[in-house]
Write a protein that binds this ligand. Structure first.
Ligand SMILES: O=P(O)(O)OC[C@H]1O[C@@H](O)[C@H](O)[C@@H](O)[C@@H]1O
Length: 271
């Protein structure tokens, strides 16, 4: 079976398993990818590649800390709505799942009717989101689609807030977000606009290639020791074990009635 229903913490989730053994887990809460185990090309068992905080809520009461939160329709506090939007704290529906070209995939959807009253009254635009996740071999694919199904234009921002698992954040080197190589030596929270090509993340042990289209920007975030200590859902030392490199559309972009925006994102080994 390429897609089966499991529990992740207290949350219903879909486990994707490609015919070659690559796996990913997505909770319905947030359409949140909480685990990705790609194949490494060696006979060794597939290793986890996503960071997940040991203190993360996994009960649907608070956003999950780790994996890939879906950010929509607002990035961080750039707007008057919920911080990072309502998509990560809403419960999505499974629209489709199966196997295609050797990959296991699932498509999750969210629309106005799925929102809690507080979120839908604060953002009164009819919309449809679809997130397609696929795994195959060493590659993860994620496509976020935003549709305006109402009669008024709406502005939005979006991001796939990826928490890459690393042994030591100080060993991380990122290329492709600015002219020079970027190192994460302390707290870092930086926006890079107009990302032209692919991004490379060297975490000391191996290198990842991050490709994005539609998402024009990238955000790199690590809280560093002081901010991590202030986060209730992260252990003090856990900031060492991840770097967030987030394909983002910070815009905001205005989507006309009937309009569709699509952001694609792929993670694979860099050669
Ligand atoms: O704690 P949250 O809401 O998940 O946000 C985490 C971080 O997310 C990043 O994307 C932002 O750039 C940071 O400013 C923010 O602190």
């Amino acid at each position: 079976m390429s897609a089966s229903t499991i529990e992740y913490g207290q949350l219903p989730a879909i486990l994707l398993r490609a015919p070659d053994g690559a796996e990913a887990t997505i909770t319905l809460y947030g359409a949140h990818l909480v685990s990705w185990k790609p194949l490494s090309g060696t006979p060794a068992p597939a290793q986890e590649r996503m960071f997940m905080s040991r203190l993360s809520a996994l009960d649907g009461r608070r956003a999950i800390r780790g994996g890939v939160p879906v950010i929509f329709p607002q990035f961080a506090e750039r707007g008057e709505g919920m911080r990072h939007g309502f998509a990560r704290t809403s419960t999505w529906r499974v629209l489709d799942s199966g196997e295609q070209d050797g990959a296991a995939f699932a498509v999750l959807g969210l629309n106005q009717a799925d929102l809690a009253p507080q979120a839908s009254s604060a953002w009164a635009y009819p919309f449809e989101l679809a997130l397609r996740v696929s795994v195959h071999g060493a590659e993860l694919g994620m496509t976020l689609e935003v549709r305006n199904i109402g009669t008024h234009p709406f502005p939005f921002a979006a991001a796939l807030h990826t928490y890459h698992l690393v042994d030591d954040v100080e060993a991380v080197r990122i290329e492709g977000v600015q002219a020079e190589t970027l190192a994460v030596t302390d707290k870092l929270d930086q926006v890079f606009t107009d990302i032209a090509g692919s991004i490379r993340c060297d975490n000391g042990a191996d290198k990842l290639l991050l490709r994005q289209t539609g998402f024009t920007d990238a955000v790199v975030w690590n809280p560093g020791p002081a901010d991590a200590a202030a986060l209730a859902d992260m252990e003090d030392e856990e900031y060492r074990n991840f770097v967030c490199i987030e394909p983002a559309l910070l815009g905001p972009l205005t989507l006309a009635p009937g309009g569709v925006w699509r952001g694609e994102y792929r993670i694979s080994p860099a050669v």
